[in-house]
Every structure is written in structure tokens, then in C-alpha cells.
Design a protein. Structure first.
Length: 224
């Protein structure tokens, strides 16, 4: 359960989120809205990357501002720009690095990493320099490095911007098949099929909160 209680945010003087009250208990929740409407700011609050200026955010009852470490163990975050998430020289090492605290042997970590990569479109890439992957491959790698940790909640901020049609479809299938809660921010409205709830943000406020069809209809009218 993710709760936003009276959440607002300002960068310097400018208010970019205001009066956000949400209880997200559904398995698949998405946020859509125009550029600059506050989606990334809101998503980043779920694991404490941004601290709300007003109100509070809770994950399973834990206040993100106070118990950030415990929250980050539960919440995985996949960023728009995968470069910010890739920390090791090769793709395999990057996924294995995620597992460093799990008490597995090096060989087990490597094997899990290779399996994970193969499952998500990167078969044979374990030894490949991570920074020499294509943009879309980096997005898949970032997903692998996060999923291998089996977080309770996966927050994805525009995770498919660089993916080709096949990998985008694959990404959608991965999201659909996950047991954990998924919070997706996207401009790609095709990804919303099968979501339980879609929330439309406009100028930092929730302006629609509905099943995908109706929320997307509202968003299309809003954009005009
Ligand atoms: N670190 C920052 N410092 C100052 N202003 C910021 C910062 N990050 C975002 N903003 C501003 O906050 C507002 C909301 O930004 P945010 O990134 O949350 O929007 P978004 O809905 O994710 O947009 P997009 O669809 O373009 O990704 C924008 O006006 C943006 O310029
Ligand atoms: Mg954004």
C-alpha cells in the first residue's frame, strides 16, 4: 500500500505538486499527464529520492522521509535514463552486483544474472560492456538489475522510451506478469491495457483517477 497524504512539492519557489491524496493498493497503477505535470516528482517520492515539501508518503505504513532505508528495500525504481542506474562494467556484473547482499556465492550470483538477462532480451550479453549496450538494451539491463532483487513494489518512470516494438511488448508482458505492485509513469498509452487504475496529473494535481479507458479518454480531451 502506497499512501500520499496532503502531498505538495515546490522546487525553489515553484509549486509543482499540490494537494495530492492517494491510496494506491491496486496491483498495477499508472500515472499519465503532460510534460512537467509532476509525474516524476511524485514517483520519486515513493522511494525517497524526492522529499515532499508538504504532507507525507507512506509505503506499507512506513514514512518514506523517516524510514527511507527500509522503504528502499521494498521499492525498486527503474529510471528513464538507464545510464544513471548502471554501476558495473559489464551487463552480467551489473545484475550480479544487485545480489551482493543476498548471501549467494559469486558463481550463483553470476548464474542468476545470466538467467535474468536471457529472460529479458539480453541473452549472450553478460560479458558485454554495459555502457556499450544500445539505449534500449540499457533499459532492459536496468530492469534486470532491479527485478533480480524481487522488490515488493516496482516503480518505473518512462521505462520504454528507447525500446523497439518487440522489447516494448516484452516489457509490457513483464509488467503484466509480475506478482508485485507496479507503479508506472508513461507517455506510452499502449502500455496501460490491463492496468487496474490510471491517474491523470495536470499542473501538479490529480485531475482524473479511473480505469484505463476512461482516464485515457479524459487525458485526450484535456490535451485537446
Ligand atoms: N530538480 C528540479 N529542480 C527544479 N525544478 C524541477 C526539478 N525537477 C523537476 N522540476 C520541475 O518540476 C516540474 C515537474 O517536473 P516532473 O519532472 O515531475 O514532470 P513530469 O510530469 O515527470 O514531466 P515529463 O513528462 O516531461 O517527464 C517541472 O516544471 C520541472 O521543470
Ligand atoms: Mg518525468
Amino acid at each position: 500500500m502506497i499512501e500520499f497524504e496532503g502531498v505538495g512539492h515546490s522546487y525553489d519557489e515553484r509549486t509543482v505538486l499540490d494537494g495530492v491524496d492517494l491510496r494506491l493498493s491496486e496491483q498495477r497503477v499508472a500515472f499519465v499527464g503532460a510534460n512537467g505535470s509532476g509525474k516524476s516528482t511524485l514517483a520519486r517520492m515513493i522511494n525517497g529520492l524526492v522529499r515532499p515539501s508538504r504532507g507525507r508518503v507512506l509505503v506499507d505504513g512506513l514514512d518514506v522521509a523517516r524510514e527511507g532505508r527500509a522503504v528502499r528495500r521494498r521499492v525498486g525504481f527503474v529510471f528513464t535514463h538507464p545510464d544513471s542506474q548502471i554501476v558495473m562494467p559489464t551487463a552480467g556484473e551489473d545484475v550480479a552486483f544487485s545480489l551482493r547482499k543476498q548471501g549467494l556465492s559469486k558463481a550463483e550470483r553470476q548464474q542468476r544474472a545470466v538467467e535474468m538477462l536471457a529472460r529479458h532480451g539480453l541473452e549472450g550479453y553478460a560479458e558485454h560492456p554495459a555502457h556499450q549496450l544500445s539505449g534500449g538494451q540499457k533499459q532492459l539491463l536496468a530492469l534486470c538489475s532491479m527485478l533480480v532483487l524481487e522488490p515488493d513494489v516496482l516503480v518505473c518512470d518512462e521505462p520504454t522510451t528507447l525500446l523497439d516494438l518487440r522489447n516494448k511488448r516484452h516489457f509490457g508482458e513483464v509488467l503484466a506478469g509480475l506478482e508485485q505492485q507496479v507503479v508506472l509513469v508513461t507517455h506510452d498509452l499502449d502500455l496501460l491495457d490491463g492496468f487496474d487504475r490510471v491517474i491523470v496529473l495536470d499542473q501538479g494535481r490529480v485531475v482524473a483517477d479511473d480505469v484505463p479507458d476512461r482516464a485515457v479518454g479524459f487525458y485526450r480531451e484535456l490535451i485537446g
